[in-house]
Write a protein that binds this ligand. Structure first.
Ligand SMILES: Cc1cc2nc3c(=O)[nH]c(=O)nc-3n(C[C@H](O)[C@H](O)[C@H](O)COP(=O)(O)OP(=O)(O)OC[C@H]3O[C@@H](n4cnc5c(N)ncnc54)[C@H](O)[C@@H]3O)c2cc1C
Length: 438
């Protein structure tokens, strides 16, 4: 883990400031530094303190919203050579992504997604139960078939994120950990500085890669970002002999077996939702998605709401330093989800019945009303760029997002069209229903 030794950010200048040391911010820092841009990354905690160390690690093209496909197809090619590119072990395994169907209705959803795969020349195919059994003989539990994409893979999120930060630093990027961005200054409609709790970095360009805190960063320049936060739980089991290298989305459990034989398991789309002031603010935008998926969410009222209220009261410490309480926190995992996930794994693969839970954790996921990210510049202020709202599947996309942001800044335009993911879609009414299938 990186602990940066360069000290204070006081009186710095930079071509670009990246706010957020998750995979998206670190990848942006790497690709910018590679293009000889003078980049400073500010991270309020340590590198990969939030989502990017808590993700399962699935890197899938399969079952995505068509709007994400051009980015994700290009990103898969990056992942295949990323260990060489970054000169680091990130535990990359390319053994496919396999989504299982418990019934015909689910199988039909997979069938309906196949035209998307064909449009992007992806080798996704439907598999019968017997074909799946020949791929994963120990997976004898209840399912009727599935959808498989051999070129998908998985990697270790924290290792990948730290590898990007290390590589960026070797190329000259300044990575300032334990520096929280608290204010963004503008001059004549143009970004001019990022004020952190430890000093000022003057810059004409800011990338908001602050993940679950990106709404607060957006408010610093007067922008309203319809993004809410859900809490998802993951657990790691004790190890066993290899069962499958594929990432599996089964009924009741999603899992991947790591190189050391242990499994990361999670309860599929199940997550907890802690109500905050933004829940009320964006209720209209999120209601259609909530109504469609309400069986997956458990609502809670607790500390996140009280902290949010405290942050909005002028003059309080929480208001002056809105991120102070968010550093180094451990969101509470849902013990029931851990138990259900383990039972789901045991049901699907009876040979796992002896496995025990080694550890569990939770992470706060940034979600948008259409469950696709917000990437690209805004009309005003100039120089403010979004890279957030990845809605639970941004680890896989992090590398390409960093790359296209570098292209946007250095070349003036990204090599992949970002129109469908633009912030302007909210004002222009271009917000559809979520179209991903897992
Ligand atoms: C449990 C779980 C499972 C997941 N599984 C997968 C998966 O299998 N595959 C997949 O593709 N995705 C997955 N995701 C989603 C994925 O982790 C995220 O989409 C991705 O990590 C987002 O990266 P990021 O860099 O945008 O955000 P983050 O990793 O959250 O990074 C944002 C950073 O910004 C910092 N920050 C915030 N505010 C400030 C500030 N004011 N000043 C300075 N720094 C600040 C934070 O400390 C944080 O480190 C999962 C997420 C969770 C929680």
């Amino acid at each position: 883990m990186i602990v940066d030794g360069t000290g204070q950010a006081r009186d710095m200048n930079a071509d670009v400031v990246v706010i957020g040391g998750g995979i998206v911010g670190c990848a942006a820092a790497w690709y910018l530094a590679k293009r000889n841009v003078d980049v400073v990354l500010v991270e309020k905690g340590d590198i990969a303190d939030e989502q990017s160390s808590r993700a399962w690690g699935f890197v899938r093209q399969q079952a995505r919203d068509p709007a994400e496909m051009p980015l994700m197809i290009a990103c898969n090619r990056i992942w295949q050579q990323l260990e060489d590119e970054l000169d680091a072990d990130i535990q990359w395994v390319q053994a496919g992504n396999l989504a299982l169907a418990a019934d015909e209705a689910r199988m039909q959803q997979f069938r309906d997604w196949l035209p998307v795969a064909r449009e992007f020349n992806l080798e996704t195919r439907l598999l019968s139960r017997s074909e799946i059994l020949s791929l994963v003989p120990k997976m004898t539990g209840p399912y009727i078939g599935g959808m498989y994409t051999p070129s998908d893979g998985h990697a270790e999120p924290r290792l990948a994120t730290v590898a990007f930060a290390d590589a960026a630093r070797r190329k000259g990027a300044r990575i300032l950990t334990y520096h929280a961005a608290e204010k963004i200054e503008t001059t004549a409609g143009q970004v001019s500085a990022v004020v952190t709790d430890r000093g000022v970095v003057r810059t004409p360009i800011v990338i908001n890669a602050a993940g679950a805190r990106a709404m607060t960063i957006a408010r610093m320049v007067g922008l309203s970002l319809p993004q809410l936060v859900v809490r998802a739980t993951v657990a790691e089991t004790t190890p066993m002999e290899p069962v499958t290298g594929a990432g599996v989305w089964g009924p009741g459990v999603s899992f991947r077996q790591k190189k050391d034989g242990s499994f990361y398991i999670a309860g599929g789309a199940q997550s907890d939702y802690d109500i905050t002031l933004d829940s009320l603010r964006y209720i209209r935008e999120f209601m259609p998605n909530y109504l469609k998926n309400r069986r997956f969410f458990r609502m809670r009222v607790g500390a996140p709401l009280w902290h949010d209220i405290a942050r909005r009261i002028p003059g309080t410490e929480d208001n002056k330093h809105p991120f102070a309480r968010t550093v180094g926190i451990e969101p509470t995992p849902n013990a029931g989800t851990v138990l259900r996930s383990l039972k789901g794994l045991n049901r699907l693969i009876p040979a796992t019945s002896e496995l025990r839970i080694r550890r569990s954790w939770a992470g706060l996921i940034d979600t948008t009303p259409d469950a696709i990210p917000v990437i690209g510049p805004v009309d005003a202020p100039q120089g403010f760029i979004f890279a957030t709202g990845f809605s639970g599947h941004g680890f896989a996309m992090g590398p390409i997002v960093g790359k296209v942001l570098a292209e946007l800044i250095v070349d003036g335009a990204p090599s992949i069209d970002l129109h469908d993911l633009a912030y302007s879609r909210f004002a222009e009414g271009r917000v559809g229903k979520p179209k991903s299938v897992v």
